[in-house]
Design a protein around this ligand. Sequence first.
Ligand code: K1U
Ligand code: ZN
Length: 167
Amino acid sequence: MALLKILQYPDKRLHTVAKPIATVDEEIRRLAADMAETMYAAPGVGLAATQVDRHIRLIVIDVSEEKNRLLTLINPVILERDGEIVHEEGCLSVPGIYENVTRAEHIKARAQDSVGQTFEFEAEGLLAICVQHEVDHLDGKVFVEYLSRLKQDRIRSKLVKQQRETM
Ligand code: K1U
Ligand code: ZN
C-alpha cells in the first residue's frame, strides 16, 4: 500500500468533475486501499479520489471511533435528502480551516462496493454529512464554496501564503 499526495485548495484540479467507473477491478481496489491508508494517516474520516488527483467516482469513509468500519463507495449517487443539519466541517484539502455548513440530515444513497455489487443505504449524522462532502468532491465542489465570497477569498489567501512558506 502507499500514502498518496492530497491536493490542496485552491488547486484547480479539485474542481474537476469525476468520471464514472465502468469496471471494478484490481486497479480500483488497489487505489481504494491506498486512499484508505492515506485517510487513516491524515487523519480524516473520508477521502475522495479527486483529492488524490484521480478523477473517477470513488470515495472511502470511516466515521467509526475505532476506525474499523471502512466504507468504499464506487459511483455513489444520493437518491434522497431530508432535513437540515449544521455541522462544523473540515477538509484534508483545506488544512486548518473549520467552518459550519448546512447539509441534509438524512440521506438515502446507492453505490457499488469493492467487488462491483450495487447496494443502497440510509445515513444520518456525521456519516450523512461525510457522504455529501465526498460526493461534492467528485462533482468538483469544495466545502468552502458554501461560505461567503469574503470567507472564500480569505481562506484562499491564507492557504496560498502557507503553501508558499512550505515550498
Ligand atoms: O474529504 C475530506 O477532506 C475529509 C474530511 C471529511 C469531513 C469531515 C468533517 C465533516 C465533513 C467531512 C475530513 O476527514 S476532515 C478531518 C476530520 O474531520 C477529522 C480528523 C480526525 C479525527 C476526526 C475527524
Ligand atoms: Zn474534503
